[in-house]
Design a protein. Structure first.
Length: 318
């Protein structure tokens, strides 16, 4: 059996993992599989932190960040603050073929997408707009910290030819300032992959994740012989402690990793769901918690949790 595998952040990635798994077990390429995985998440209107239906910035504009990396060539493409495009990660992949100008932001990124025939649409759904209007009213009544909803979809894929790829996509912090960009499109912070070693991807508070370049650090540790789980645990938890000690606080951190043998690992400081599949194990959703002594506790998701999740993401906005 030739090994293949994929791992991605959050429950929302599971349908994408199913799609990627189908491609990979049919000997599809890792780059196609990771793009297809992310596209599924970007198009689903009930996921409020990615793509269509993603929550907007404080001005009511859905600004998206995304990245793509080919683990064979190390080619990368990224967009920051792009708007009105259905699949930001596909634009990032197109930019990865450019030696120059491979990271585009704002109007430049959106113009590139328009000129190159990508699907353009209004990304602010009625549901997301209603949530934004509700938050504006809450802020007027009682000003507080408005930020919420920074769950990036990040994924790693390994194909049967031992090629790997990584990609991320997010609409970022809800009610963020216009032009804010998090860690997701930043190489080494939000993602990194090297087909000779493995890959990693992050989700959480970008302003804090980018302080540690944790995705690259996990790949570096795997390159020195650590398992993906060892690399995740030993990169993430000590850095969180360092950040608390020196910066005074640390936001939410969750990272996933997979090496070029299909072995995987996860580290997190919050309750964190993820989806994973390999040639040896069918696609499944698992839940991780920070464990004792800088370790991670991982267990299967329950049906009750899944039922509550579906009810929560589709609940009416009062």
């Amino acid at each position: 059996m030739r090994m293949w595998g994929t791992i991605a952040t959050w429950r929302m990635a599971h349908d994408g993992v199913l799609k990627a798994s189908d491609l990979l077990q049919k000997n599809g390429h890792a780059t196609d599989a990771v793009e297809a995985l992310i596209n599924v998440v970007e198009a689903y209107p009930y996921y409020k932190s990615v793509g269509y239906g993603g929550l907007p910035n404080e001005e009511g504009v859905v600004e998206m960040d995304a990245a793509f990396m080919d683990g064979d060539t190390l080619a990368q493409g990224a967009v920051g603050g792009i708007h009105s495009v259905m699949h930001a990660v596909s634009v990032a992949r197109a930019l990865s073929h450019e030696h120059y100008n491979s990271f585009r932001v704002g109007e430049g990124a959106t113009k590139f997408a328009t000129l190159h025939g990508f699907e353009m649409t209004n990304m602010l759904t009625d549901r997301a707009k209603a949530r934004w209007e509700k938050r504006l009213a809450e802020q007027r009544a009682q000003p507080d910290n408005p930020y919420d909803g920074h769950d990036t979809v990040g994924a790693i894929t390994l194909d049967t030819n031992a090629s790997m790829a990584a990609a991320t996509s997010t609409s970022g912090l809800f009610m963020k300032k216009a032009g804010r960009v998090g860690d997701s499109p930043l190489s080494g912070s939000g993602f990194y992959v090297d087909s000779e070693i493995g890959g990693a991807a992050a989700t959480g508070l970008g302003e804090d994740i980018m302080k540690g370049c944790l995705s690259y650090e996990i790949v570096r540790r795997m390159g020195e012989g650590q398992s993906p789980q060892e690399a995740c645990d030993e990169a993430v938890y000590p850095f969180i402690e360092k950040l608390k000690r020196r910066y005074g606080k640390a936001g939410e951190f969750s990272l996933v990793a997979m090496n070029n043998q299909g072995e995987w690992g996860v580290a997190t400081n919050v309750e964190f769901t993820f989806s994973v599949a390999t040639a040896e194990a069918s696609p499944r959703i698992l839940i991780a918690h920070p464990g004792p002594d800088h370790t991670t506790t991982i267990e299967p998701i329950t049906q009750a949790w899944l039922d509550a999740y579906e009810k929560r993401i589709k609940a009416p906005i009062n």
